[in-house]
Each structure stands twice: as C-alpha cells, then as structure tokens.
Design a protein around this ligand. Structure first.
Ligand SMILES: Cc1ncc(COP(=O)(O)O)c(C=O)c1O
Length: 433
C-alpha cells in the first residue's frame, strides 16, 4: 500500500505526521481499544487517532446517533439544531458563555487568535515552545524541532518557523517563550505588552508527553495577561473533555478568556470549536471574520451532541482515568525491576514515560531525557501487538473502551518485551564499544 500510495500522495499519506516511510501504517479498521492494519495485524491502540477517540473506535452510542441524523442530509450551510445543541453542551460543560463550531483544531486556534487580535486591537500572540496548535502559519512557530538548539537562547528565544512557506511578516507577530517560565514571560510583556493580543497555551505541554504546569504557572500566566490587558486562550484540543468535562480549565481551576476544543468532543468525527467570554465572542458576527462551508456540518455536530451528552451523563471520563492508572501501575512494576530512572508525565488519561531522574519543565527539558530509549521501545511495541506513537513526544491516550486485557496483557507486556530487547541491544553495543 505504501508503494501504491506514494505515487499519488506525497509521502504516501495525507499528513506529514503519519509519513513514516516504509513503516507507514495503513489502517483497515478499529473496534473499541484496538486497531487492525491492512495486513491483518491487530494492535491495542494507544494513539487513539492522536487523542480524539475518547470512548473507543466505532462506539455504537455515537455512530447510531450520527447515522440517524445524517440521513436527514449532512451539509446545508444553514444552521441546524445539532449545532445549537453542541454549542449549548460546550457552554454547559466548560467555562464558555458562547461557542462556535469549526471542523479542525487548526481552524479553532486560528480563529481564536484572530478574535483576540480583533478584540484587543493588538497584533502579537505569545505562545510556548514545543506547543503545537495546528498547521496554520501563526501556529507553526517554535513547535517541535529535533534539535532544541534551534530554539535559540532561552532568555530570548528565536521565532523558529517550521518548514518553508511561512511569511516572515507572520513570524514577527508570534513570540515564543519556554513553558513554565514566568520570568521570561514577564520580560516579554514588559517589552512588548502594548502589542500583545493574547497568550495561547496548551495547559499541559501535550507535544512533550504532557509535561505539567509547575505550581503557580497557569495562575501566573492568568494574572500577567490581566495585568497587561491581553487575553488568555487555552488550547484544549487535547485536554478538553478528557482531563475533566470542563477540560484543563476545570482540572487546574483557571478560567481563560477563550478556549479551543476538538478531538475528544467528537470521538473521532471532525468536530471542533472555539468559545469563551460572551463579550469577546460577540465580536464575531460583525467585526471579526469566521465562516466555513462545513462549520457545524451535521456529521460533526451530531457526533459532538452525543459524545458530550455521554461525557456529561456517564462516568466515561472516570473509566478513562482508571484505565490510565491501571496501565501506569503495570508499567511501574516493569520499570521498577530495571532500576532505570523514569517519570510519568501528564495525567493518567493522557500520559508519557520519560527516562529521566526529574520531571522536565519544558520542551528543552524533554531533549535532555533518554528519548532514544523510549523511541526504541515504542517501535518495538508495534511488533508486539500494541501501538503507541513511535515518537517520544506523543503521549499514550486512554479510551473508555480499553479493556484490562488490552492494557495489561497486551500493552504492558509489549512494553516489557520491547524494553528488555532495547536494553539488551544497548548492553551488546556497550560491550562491543
Ligand atoms: C493542542 C493542539 N492544538 C491544535 C491541534 C490541531 O488540531 P487539528 O489536527 O484538528 O487541526 C492539535 C492537534 O494535534 C493539538 O494537539
């Protein structure tokens, strides 16, 4: 399939993130917490589509509802009750007073940033190094370099565009700051405060296995944005409807001005949204551009309605958390036997394993961990029936449908086998050096 696909799709895929050369995985189907590739190999899925599949693949509660709704037609560019219902549920579950639907997380962060610029009349946006907010030009600054030296001096980081094609003029409007670093943030505000429309932050460093905010960090960012008249945007694309029904804002007890959602709100259907304060959102109909032929399309909107009802009315998120805790317990038993220094990052619903004495504070800290060992293990797990992302920056995502057998019998034992194999290779390499 790779050979066929690469003839017509650059890299053989529709996203650079899944272009793994000859190792590119072509999927056949998924069910609950498992996926099957085109060769018929079965895996416990620990990627869950980079996070969206919170309930499990092919959840009949969602799919039946979406199927029923889509028989009425899917796209009108007219507003349906599904859209109103989805936004009402977002407002019921989160701090948002108003919301609008988009089709992807990328669109949601792009619109939230523009809205912040429109509301404040300022042009600049502060973001944190290593944070991924999608693939629009404003988001692709200082994201995930393999060589953290490219980020420049940590006191005065460079604006590092990811790839070609991002206009210099746009790069100039984005100011990167190391995560968990209030001192640098204050210096930036003291220098450029009058031009800063917003700080956009993923409350945890999701693209470095969910490095958590240090004590007082999010509260400090909240206070500083208020002090300098900028808005605070929580990018909850990964954390929203996963950490808690009200996302990381609820879990950490910090209320931003705007937030973006996607992933878990659709259980895999392309549902996304941005929302927040009524006075800010009210700029939209007249003063700030937002639209989209597919914004609020029935497939995504009805999926969101049903997923958000399930998350509101059942203990699905409790199960997701317990599944993560159980998996971490299993991994702990394996890892403690090796004597290796390791830490879990993130929360059990979305966690990483870093080989390090201490928890890193930021993306630069991730680079100092033994992420090569993690990568070797992740790749090895794929040959043993479990599929985490083969990149140490991506956390393991738990879903409600993961069964104990998936997590302990399959995922933890695949981890154990791969870890032993990776250590053996290292020992052999060490002996021959
Ligand atoms: C925190 C965060 N924001 C935004 C995005 C972009 O979302 P999408 O891939 O739906 O465009 C992602 C995707 O992984 C994300 O993790």
């Amino acid at each position: 399939m790779y050979q066929r696909a690469e003839q017509t799709l650059p890299g053989g895929t529709d996203s650079n993130f899944r272009a793994w050369g000859e190792d590119t995985v072509y999927v056949d189907r998924g069910e609950g917490g498992r996926v099957w590739d085109l060769d018929g190999n079965e895996f416990v899925d620990l990627r869950m589509g980079y996070g969206p599949v919170i309930l499990g693949h092919g959840d009949p509660r969602v799919d039946d509802y979406v199927n029923e709704r889509m028989r009425q037609g899917v796209s009108f560019s007219l507003t349906s009750e599904d859209e109103v219902g989805a936004c009402e549920l977002i407002c019921e579950l989160t701090f948002c007073e108003m919301a609008r639907l988009t089709v992807s997380g990328t669109e949601a962060t792009m619109h939230a940033m523009r809205l912040a610029r429109g509301f404040t009349g300022r042009d600049k946006i502060v973001k944190f190094e290593g944070q991924y907010h999608g693939v629009h030009d404003y988001a692709l600054i200082s994201v995930l370099p393999n060589d953290v030296g490219d980020l420049g001096d940590r006191e005065n980081p460079v604006r590092l565009a990811w790839g070609r094609g991002i206009p210099q003029a746009i790069t100039e409007t984005v100011i990167p700051v190391p995560y968990n670093d209030l001192e640098t943030l204050r210096r930036v505000f003291e220098r450029d405060g009058e031009d800063i429309a917003a700080v956009i932050i993923e409350p945890v460093l999701g693209n470095a296995q969910g490095i958590m905010p240090g004590a007082g960090f999010l509260a400090g960012v909240r206070a500083m944005t208020r002090e300098f008249g900028a808005l605070l945007i929580f990018d909850e694309v990964k954390t929203g409807f996963r950490f808690a029904p009200g996302g990381a804002a609820e879990a950490f007890g910090i209320t931003p001005d705007l937030a973006t959602y996607a992933k878990a709100m659709g259980n895999g259907y392309p549902a996304a949204a941005f929302g927040g304060r009524r006075d800010v959102m009210s700029m939209l109909p007249k003063h700030v551009s937002h639209g989209g032929t597919y914004a609020g399309n029935r497939v995504a909107a009805s999926a969101a309605v049903q997923v958000l009802r399930i998350l509101r009315d059942t203990d699905a998120l409790g199960t997701v958390r317990r599944n993560g805790e159980q998996t971490q317990d299993g991994l702990r038993q394996v890892l403690d036997r090796t004597g290796l220094a390791y830490v879990f990052t993130g929360t059990p619903q979305m966690f990483g394993i870093m080989f390090s004495e201490a928890l890193p504070d930021d993306y630069r800290g991730w680079a100092a961990t033994d992420h090569q060992l993690y990568d070797e293990i992740a790749v090895g797990m794929m040959t043993r029936g479990a599929m985490p992302e083969p990149d140490s920056r991506e956390p393991w995502f738990m879903c409600e449908a993961h069964a104990e057998e998936d997590l302990i019998d399959r995922a933890v034992s695949a981890f154990e086998g791969s870890l032993a194999a990776a250590l053996e290779v290292r020992a052999r390499r060490g002996a021959s050096d």
